[in-house]
Design a protein around this ligand. Structure first.
Ligand code: FAD
Length: 386
């Protein structure tokens, strides 16, 4: 006889977003089970980078979520700090031409109006911030609120601190529903879990999980490669540094390959070089042209990297939604189903705000949440538009 487990809420997906949902839901007093078909951080969380950025976001709901998330990361840093390799290092966005700098400064002006600290940096001051940048750059913008964590460690520590029951190696195969359609749990390949609420934190596979509950959610994979150098002495690259055209790439709807240089040091020593974006399904084939383009972009920004060896590269699939916004909150089509997925290239940064808002929706559904969830509504897509 399969008696099954019982709890207040099942969180499906033990990536960064699921871990944050589990933490905030448990701290709000709920009995949580966190279930994943693989290990903690075995999805995109273990295959990306850990920048917590406000700098690349234009004014709007995603930036509001990033600012909320940044405040919450700051609180968690006091608790987890070095264990999750949290560094409030700041970001520097670099322009390569006077025209590019003017556009970057206009972008920063809008961000400042929305509450972002964005400090213009003239050409010579740029080299005080980043002494090893290529000579002759016209300037950039410094974003002190940009930070960094190590995503797999952050997901693991938040999961452990949540006290949630963690069930790894279990695939959710069905969503159990009452006769009137409300959620009553999930079926897994190793037994049922009964709960009146589910959080879909299945990342790039969030659309599949939604479909198990009969709900349409167009989450698509957007592939990205990361190039990892040999370990270097600290402070060769002091901030998260990227070229101004990165922002346009992030916002682009094109399925074609885009690369723009993003360079960051890590606590462990290697430098991580991104960022590529392309929609090629779940194709895991190594691409030399993409990795070459990443290396070329990074050495244009930091010429000393020409003499540094690349040790390896890896890839991941960002959970892409057609309007570049995640799905967060209750699904009006399926009572009890909540979504917390589709954060594309920002799911590490946005995880804390998402977890906090999901906990609010679960525990005080009638109350106004700290952020308006309307832009994140999971039912905002029609099937034809996907
Ligand atoms: C190259 C690259 C660089 C990136 N850089 C950054 C960055 O600097 N900053 C940033 O904020 N973000 C970055 N991202 C994006 C970030 O990694 C993702 O947005 C984030 O990891 C998504 O987390 P998640 O928890 O939603 O999904 P995931 O980590 O993918 O977790 C989803 C989990 O759900 C599980 N699952 C799915 N279906 C089922 C099922 N049926 N049953 C049980 N379990 C299931 C999966 O096994 C998986 O573990 C980057 C991504 C890439 C690819």
């Amino acid at each position: 006889m399969n008696v099954g487990l019982t709890c207040d809420v099942v969180v499906v997906g033990a990536g960064m977003v699921g871990a944050a949902c589990a933490l905030y839901a448990a701290r709000a007093g709920l009995d949580v089970i966190l279930v994943d078909r693989g290990p903690v951080a075995g999805g995109t969380t273990g295959a990306g980078e850990g920048n917590l950025l406000v700098s690349d976001k234009e004014p709007g709901p995603e930036l509001d979520l990033a600012l909320l998330s940044g405040r919450l990361w700051g609180e968690l840093a006091r608790e987890f700090g070095a264990a999750i390799e949290y560094e409030a290092k700041g970001g520097v966005v670099v322009a390569s031409s006077p025209g590019g700098l003017a556009a970057l400064e206009r972008f920063a002006e809008g961000q400042r109006a929305a509450g972002v600290v964005a400090e213009p940096v003239a050409g010579d001051t740029l080299y005080d911030l980043e002494p090893h940048l290529a000579p002759g750059l016209p300037g950039g913008v410094h974003y002190p609120q940009d930070r960094q964590v190590m995503p797999a460690l952050a997901a693991a520590h938040l999961t452990r601190a949540s006290g949630a029951r963690l069930l790894t190696g279990r695939t959710v195969t069905a969503v159990l529903r009452t006769r009137d359609g409300a959620v009553r749990g999930v079926r897994t390949d190793r037994g049922d879990i009964h709960a009146p609420a589910i959080v879909n934190a299945a990342g790039t596979w969030g659309g599949e999980l939604a479909a198990l509950a009969g709900a349409h959610l167009p989450v698509l994979p957007r592939r990205g490669f990361v190039l990892v150098t040999e370990p270097l002495p600290p402070r060769k690259v002091r901030h998260k540094v990227y070229a101004a055209d990165y922002v346009a790439d992030v916002a682009s709807d094109s399925a074609a390959l885009q690369t723009s240089p993003v360079v960051e040091g890590t606590a462990a020593g290697p430098i991580l070089i991104g960022a590529s974006r392309e929609r090629v399904g779940f194709d895991r084939t190594f691409s030399l042209p993409v990795v070459r383009a990443l290396a070329a972009g990074a050495t244009r920004l930091f010429p000393f990297l020409t003499d540094v060896r690349a040790m390896r590269s890896y890839l991941g699939f960002r959970p892409y939604m057609p309007d570049h916004l995640p799905a967060i909150g209750p699904d009006p089509r399926v009572p009890g189903l909540h979504h917390a997925c589709g954060h594309e290239g920002a799911g590490i940064g946005l995880a804390t705000g998402t977890g906090h808002l999901i906990a609010q929706a679960l525990t005080a559904p009638g109350k106004t949440p700290d952020l308006d969830l309307t832009p994140f509504r999971p039912d905002r897509f029609t099937e034809e538009a996907a």
